[in-house]
Design a protein around this ligand. Structure first.
Ligand code: TYD
Ligand code: MG
Length: 451
């Protein structure tokens, strides 16, 4: 018999580091004020297990069956998942409260071919029904269980043997064997591990919904990120109707993929052509604005880069970047100053990626530089033009990936010109009707773009 002994430990809510005393600063992740008290159970005796012989496989003989994937039949969702849910896998969907996580999983649940068990710990069956009516869902395969007790959830899973189990949210699930309250790190971790074991054993896919704390961490912390197979973040601004589903981690697919949705009064709809929405509110050819393209997963997305450069008077000049890395902006400003002779030290620079998109790709550098120069010099950029290129510290324009796809997308959306790095020219196989302008360095590129 194993005897459990209880002890109090302090756990960092950010990284899961455990300490015997309360600490102000976490020695592992360096965050302040993240420790909470938890009861930890230690097993005193090790159970005497017989050594088991396990099989080893030659990698060549392992067969992966892609067809096993359970499609949610929501294309944007499937794409982010890497083609669908893998049986036996656990996927965490994280996001702010009210962003639409329950709506997303419910819409997906209704379209899945196979039995789906929707476990809700936050809402009553009534509330789920009201939401499904609002979403106009009619599905015989969708079973709802309003329950927070882990054992009951597990026994229900055994009873109905679903192909997908949705737990909304993992923070509400409670393992009665543990002394900690539901929502504490120990509870979240143990419940996830337990459901994971169950998923592997019974080969269903588990979709766990998790809230993000006000600090922006996935509550039931980073610890979960290591355990689960995929972490999808559902994000967007409350006052914008667009929502982006982004894979932060995916053991079964590409993490660069995003899915774009729009929230309506009757649920989320998929946005098949993201460029159109990001460009929909463009206002003529003003100064400081230029269209560029960024690869979001395998798709190029066109959007507008906006810059506003104003004199800072006697104060310290401000640099504000929305949707773009602040440090990257500082580097580009230094390059503009040194290589193109722009005087920006007495100017505020505000940079915005329109439409609320967040960009991590250096391919938008040249567009950022052009928008800033255009705003400073009060000259509009060339009309009907898309600008692409990475800017090096020497002021050279460096090549970018997926050039053909980007050109194709620009052409499809009716642009007449596209400025691209000269080195990319040789990688273009297919001729397009769009006017391609190759550029080699920052000065000549800006001349082309502002002419
Ligand atoms: P919900 O899916 O409950 O968010 P979460 O599970 O992430 O907390 O949805 C939150 C918001 O979405 C809610 O404030 C209302 C809005 N909403 C719509 O606009 N249309 C809809 O059809 C639904 C179901 C919700
Ligand atoms: Mg919810």
């Amino acid at each position: 018999m194993t005897k459990a002994k209880k002890k109090i430990v302090y756990v960092c809510t950010n990284c899961g580091y455990e300490s015997l005393t309360w600490l102000g600063k976490c020695p592992m992740c360096s965050e302040w004020n993240t420790f909470t008290e938890e009861v930890k159970e230690t097993k005193k005796e090790k159970s005497k297990k017989l050594l088991k012989e396990t099989e080893v496989f030659s990698l060549n003989n392992v067969v992966v069956n892609e067809e096993e994937r359970i499609k949610t039949n929501v294309d944007e969702f499937d794409r982010v998942l890497g083609g669908g849910l893998m049986p036996g896998s656990v996927v965490l969907i994280a996001g702010d409260p009210g962003i639409g996580k329950s709506t997303l999983v419910m819409q997906a649940a209704a379209k899945i071919n196979g039995t789906v068990l929707y476990v809700t710990g936050e809402e009553s069956v009534m509330q789920i029904k009201l939401r499904s009516t609002r979403l106009k869902i009619k599905s015989n395969n969708l079973l709802v269980l309003a329950e927070t007790d882990l054992d009951t959830i597990k026994s229900t899973i055994k009873k109905v043997s679903p192909s997908v189990v949705i737990v909304d949210s993992i923070q509400t699930v409670n393992n009665p064997d543990l002394e900690n309250a539901a929502g504490t790190i120990t509870q979240i971790r143990e419940c996830t591990l337990s459901l994971m074991g169950e998923a592997k054993k019974s080969a269903f896919a588990a979709l766990l919904v998790g809230h993000v704390t006000k600090e922006g961490f996935i509550a039931g912390p980073k610890v979960l990120e290591h355990i689960v197979d995929a972490v999808l973040q559902f994000e967007g601004e409350k006052n914008h109707s667009y929502r982006i589903l982004r894979a932060l981690k995916n053991r079964f697919g590409n993490t660069n993929e995003i899915g774009i949705f729009e929230m309506h009064s009757d649920g989320l709809s998929e946005v098949k052509n993201p460029s159109e929405i990001f460009l929909s509110e463009r206002y003529g050819n003003t100064t400081g604005a230029i269209v560029t393209s960024s690869m979001e997963g395998t798709r190029p997305v066109l959007f507008e880069v906006q810059a506003l450069v104003t004199p800072s008077g006697f104060g310290n000049p401000q640099r504000v970047a929305t949707g773009f890395d602040y440090r990257r902006l500082s580097i580009l400003l230094a390059v503009l100053q040194k290589r193109a002779g722009l005087r920006l030290s007495s100017h505020n620079v505000f940079l915005n990626m329109a439409g609320g998109i967040r960009i991590f790709e250096p391919a938008v550098d040249l567009a950022v530089c052009s928008a800033i120069t255009s705003s400073l010099s009060n000259k509009p950029c060339r009309e009907s033009t898309v600008v692409i290129g990475e800017v090096g510290l020497g002021g050279e324009i460096r090549s970018v990936g997926n050039i053909e796809k980007r050109i194709q997308e620009a052409y499809k959306l009716g642009f007449e010109n596209i400025v691209i790095p000269k080195n990319n020219i040789k990688s273009i196989k297919r001729k397009s009707k769009i006017n391609v302008i190759p550029v080699e360095n920052l000065v000549s590129a800006i001349e082309e773009i502002l002419s």
